[in-house]
Design a binder for this molecule. Structure first.
Ligand code: AVI
Length: 321
């Protein structure tokens, strides 16, 4: 990773550790734990498996759009950009941009999972030996915490926020993220953003309730992570994954539901769960183009181009600062 930079996860500097978030989130009503904690090494691997599922159309649809449109994106961006990816994961989609963009000044992947980031950076270095790769282990929603983000090269910046990850932020957080991204990308900056479109609720329901149970394993890994890292006593058989589309709010809502009355010990404290009691873990908002403009414009971005698939399932959008 970048020598000389404070690569510690910024959660630590804000006191927002996993333990603090779990204890606070289970003490309040309704109970909720921030979605970012789903992505430890196991969670990130399970999310990669979700992306391969037949029901989870998002990833393959976005990849097809990016593969078809990368030359157009590169033409809009022009040569010599510094590419900054927010929540880079395994950087699969990034390769599509890297293969089309001309003379990339540097690639700066930002991700909360240090292990995932290091493994991905190693693979990218092997495949793109001439590319400067500057991984940053941080929470991309904490962009104001990143004044040290390597950016002094003078190259114009191109932000990349694929995967409909914007949907996992609530609208206030999404607006704050876009405002911070706009500031970080600076004058002449641009942003390529992938977002899941509103569609048939049945198709959305299937995408978050897959028949192989991988999404359920991804949700319940949060409890397994508490057992591993906080010495918690969750019986994973006593809880279930629950996901449904809320059409009024335009979002998938995801919870972990207690299947019986039970008590669990976590970091020296005891928590009681009623039968049917839920812990909220994720929202996944779906954006039509008007919803997206309603967020982007107040953040200082103008959407200049949108590409979708023939079924209008997913959108890839180009914003200029
Ligand atoms: C990462 N994010 C865009 C996924 C989504 O579709 O909201 C997270 C996810 N959670 C369950 N399945 C996928």
């Amino acid at each position: 990773m970048v020598p000389g930079l404070p690569l510690k996860n910024t959660q630590a500097s804000t006191g927002d550790t996993f333990e603090a978030a779990v204890l606070a989130g289970l003490s309040r009503r309704p109970r909720a734990i921030p979605a970012k904690f789903l992505y430890d090494a196991q969670g990130s691997a399970l999310f990669d498996a979700i992306c391969e599922l037949p029901e989870y159309y998002l990833t393959r649809t976005e990849i097809t759009i990016l593969r078809d449109r990368a030359p157009e994106i590169a033409a809009l961006a022009g040569p010599g950009r510094q590419l900054i990816e927010f929540g880079s994961g395994s950087s699969v989609k990034t390769r599509l941009l890297l293969d089309s963009l001309e003379a990339v000044a540097a690639y700066v992947p930002i991700d909360i999972s240090g292990e995932h980031l290091e493994a991905t950076s190693r693979r990218l270095r092997a495949d793109y030996p001439a590319l400067a790769i500057v991984p940053v282990c941080a929470d991309y929603t904490d962009l104001p915490m990143l004044p040290w983000l390597p950016g002094s090269s003078g190259a114009a910046k191109l932000g990349f926020f694929p995967g409909s990850t914007i949907g996992n932020l609530d609208p206030d957080e999404a607006l704050a993220f876009l405002r911070n991204a706009r500031r970080l990308l600076g004058p002449g900056g641009a942003l390529v953003l992938g977002a899941d479109l509103k569609k048939d609720p049945g198709m959305l329901h299937a995408a978050y309730n897959d028949s192989a149970g991988v999404t359920a394993a991804f949700s319940l890994n949060l409890l397994a992570r508490m057992n591993r890292e906080l010495g918690a006593s969750f019986d994973l058989e006593g809880f279930a994954h629950e996901a449904f589309y809320n059409p009024a709010a335009g979002r998938i809502e995801i919870y972990i539901r207690s299947l019986r009355p039970q008590s669990v010990r976590i970091a020296g404290q005891r928590f009681f769960f009623d039968a049917g009691e839920r812990v909220h873990t994720e929202y996944s908002y779906k954006y039509d183009l008007a919803d997206m403009d309603a967020l982007a414009v107040p953040a200082g971005f103008v959407r200049t181009q949108t590409w979708t698939d023939p079924g209008r399932l997913f959108s890839v959008n180009y914003f200029v600062a």
